[in-house]
Design a protein. Structure first.
Length: 247
């Protein structure tokens, strides 16, 4: 590299000092949400995250020996992700500032279909929908479920409200096993962050729905199951609401 070329490269790198070209991509397939982030550091290094919301894993790094090559790679990656069906969004501030995912005050995602196992064996997907479906139908009965924007999904919710399809079937058909904050109102999210835990809702579900020492995913996806667990949720919500008012 000649001296003039070196100075030109150094100048371009200085212009891109820190974080630039921070892209946030999102894709939703069969109710499953995927994110892909990538950004340029100091004109040459490309850093990326991929995965479901709240489960981005470790950052991956790559890049080029010069600014032109790195910028070309950024554009190629953008075109590739758009071709795969991702759309570009605004993205969180921490990403654009060069920071990393903050420690959440509560879980960013309450259910992830890729993380259900029993005795280290992957569970049948439909069986993982039951307990979450019961919870979401109760949330809907309280007005805490954000209505789906898609007309077909709204039609499925109407059918579930009429008990024409089961709670688990609704959860699987519309959300594909994913359950996150965007499905809930502010009140519903606040309660869920407090209660939808292993020692909260899931303990109550086990105690009231399942047989002793049975597989957690063995509950019946039926409205009879819902009628068993719904009064328990009513009690837990009333106690939580009373505690909030005393603060």
């Amino acid at each position: 590299m000649g001296l003039i070329t070196w100075f030109r490269e150094a100048r371009e790198r200085w212009k891109l000092h820190g974080v630039s070209h921070a892209h946030f991509m999102e894709r939703r397939t069969n109710g499953k949400v995927e994110h892909h982030f990538f950004r340029l550091w100091n004109g040459r290094q490309i850093e990326s995250f991929s995965g479901a919301p709240g489960r981005y894993g470790r950052p991956m790094t790559g890049g080029s020996v010069n600014v032109a090559g790195a910028l070309a790679e950024i554009q190629e990656r953008l075109a590739w992700k758009l071709k795969e069906g991702f759309v570009e969004g605004e993205g969180p501030d921490w990403w654009k500032k060069g920071e990393y995912p903050p420690a959440a005050e509560g879980p960013d995602f309450f259910e992830d279909p890729d993380h259900h196992e029993w005795d280290d064996v992957k569970v049948k997907e439909a069986d993982t929908w039951t307990h979450s479906g019961m919870y979401l139908m109760w949330m809907d009965s309280r007005g805490f479920l954000a209505p789906p924007e898609d007309a077909d999904d709204m039609a499925k919710l109407d059918r579930a409200r009429k008990r024409e399809i089961t709670p688990g079937a609704y959860f699987g058909a519309v959300l594909g096993g994913w359950f996150g904050p965007e499905e809930l109102t502010d009140e519903g999210l606040a309660f869920t962050r407090n209660y939808y835990t292993d020692k909260g809702y899931k303990a109550d579900y086990r105690a009231h729905v399942l047989k002793p020492r049975s597989n957690f995913y063995s509950g019946s996806d039926s409205w009879e199951t819902y009628d068993v667990i719904a009064p328990v949720l009513d009690e837990r919500y009333a106690a939580w609401k009373e505690a909030q008012q005393l603060k």
